[in-house]
Design a protein around this ligand. Structure first.
Ligand code: PLP
Length: 408
């Protein structure tokens, strides 16, 4: 008799985005005349940078020749891409990250869940609340939590609330945690962390021999000069942090698929006897066994992000979305909303009217303005009372959506 992984049965039934789709399609069925504008799911909308398109099409043609054909590439990614990444994303910011410490992959979503493969089952794990649901659900699936309790949180995880009282910065736990997930600039709140605040986390982790899993998927959207783009800008981070980066949001690779994870060579965990064990060889082994690398074509596309044309085009994509974000902030404030985020991230995080829950506001906005957003409570208990609007859309849709909201 086949046994299933019962941890999957602990997952909360109504996952956020399917529930949103259901409500939207019910609404559209009942109101066929109204056109709905979706500012919900965090997916990019603008076409790929031409530099990437050209590089991928050249690579594709190469593959069709005897001379240019390539089979399996290195599991860790091609050296030429890892070198460009090290140089442009780290060395240029004074972070001593070597190409060897960079593992190219097909996404940060999978990397941030797969990383659990090399980490023990009995770590005490902390996540922020609200949170990118992938961190929580992958811990549930691998049996690292208990059941959900009535309020929807899982036993065994430590939730660090981020809300307006703490300026959307998680408080450092009084007790010791082994692993903490931090995502800055933050999805869903759009909040950022300063070097001083991040330094406190790095010091905490080094003192307690904990590991920080740092998700920097939105670093390209940072506008303020003082906000760190990488955790390795903080002294001591190479001893306590893994960083996830992705080409999804900066270069619009959500449908192309390329990302990378940094595992510093001197980063270690411990075995059950308390001896130090390096993490780099474990992740390398994991990738070599379970992963066969990212397509050559796609890696050439990612490499082009670092060309001078690529950099220019990525900058104008970021400017475009951040202009959307500014428009949204201004219009929403004008119509009386309290607005957070949106300054260094493509998400604005608004407070819903006092007499409504996040889901009430979702229905209200859908009905009155035909605009779709994401209820904050879908990202965690402490997201209740908030609502996420994404700046990933055409200018026309953003303008129209804001006009509709103002005119409710
Ligand atoms: C979009 C996003 C990513 C990127 O995921 P990919 O799998 O690389 O597309 C990672 N983390 C967060 C929080 C995100 O929102």
């Amino acid at each position: 008799m086949v046994q299933v992984n019962e941890n999957y049965l602990k997952l909360k039934a109504g996952y956020l985005f399917p529930e949103i789709s259901k409500r939207v399609s019910n609404f559209i069925k009942a109101n066929s005349s109204s056109e709905v504008i979706k500012l919900g799911i965090g997916d990019v909308t603008e076409p790929l940078p031409q530099a990437c398109v050209n590089a991928m099409s050249k690579a594709l043609n190469e593959m069709g020749t005897n001379k240019g054909f390539k089979g399996y590439g290195p599991e860790q990614g091609y050296g030429w891409l890892r070198e460009k990444i090290a140089e442009n994303d780290f060395m240029s910011r004074g972070c001593q990250i070597t190409p060897e410490e960079i593992f190219v992959s097909d996404g940060s979503k999978c990397d941030s869940s797969n990383i659990l493969d090399i980490l023990g089952d009995n770590n005490l794990i902390a996540v922020t609340d609200p949170v990118y649901p992938v961190y929580v659900d992958s811990n549930v699936m691998t049996g690292r939590t208990g059941e959900t309790i009535q309020n929807g949180t899982y036993q065994g995880l430590l939730y660090l609330a981020i809300n307006e009282d703490n300026n959307f910065l998680p408080e450092i736990p009084k007790s010791k945690v082994d692993i903490v997930y931090l995502c800055f600039p933050n999805n869903p709140t759009g909040a950022t962390i300063t070097k001083e605040e991040l330094k406190k986390w790095v010091d905490y982790a080094n003192k307690n021999k904990s590991l920080i899993l740092f998700d920097a998927a939105y670093e390209a959207f940072i506008q303020d000069k003082d906000i760190p783009h990488s955790i390795y800008e903080i002294e001591g981070a190479k001893n306590c942090a893994i960083e996830f980066r992705s080409f999804s949001k900066n270069a619009g690779f959500t449908g192309v698929r390329c990302a990378y994870t940094v595992i510093p060579k001197n980063l270690s965990g411990h075995n059950s006897k308390g001896d130090k064990v390096d993490l780099w060889p474990l992740w390398n082994r994991r990738q070599c066994t379970k992963f066969n690398g990212v397509s050559y074509i796609v890696q050439r596309g990612a490499e082009a992000v670092y060309s001078s044309q690529g950099k220019k085009e990525v900058n104008s994509l970021i400017d475009f979305y951040m202009k959307n974000s500014k428009i949204m902030q201004n219009k929403l404030r004008t119509s009386g909303f309290t607005v957070y985020g949106g300054d260094n991230a493509p998400y604005v995080w608004i407070k819903v009217p006092v007499n409504m829950t996040s889901w009430d506001f979702f229905d209200y906005l859908l009905e009155k303005a035909n605009v779709v957003g994401t209820p904050g409570s879908g990202f965690g208990l402490a997201g209740e009372g908030y609502f996420r609007l994404s700046a990933f859309n055409s200018r026309l849709n953003v303008n129209n959506a804001m006009e509709r909201i103002i005119n409710i």
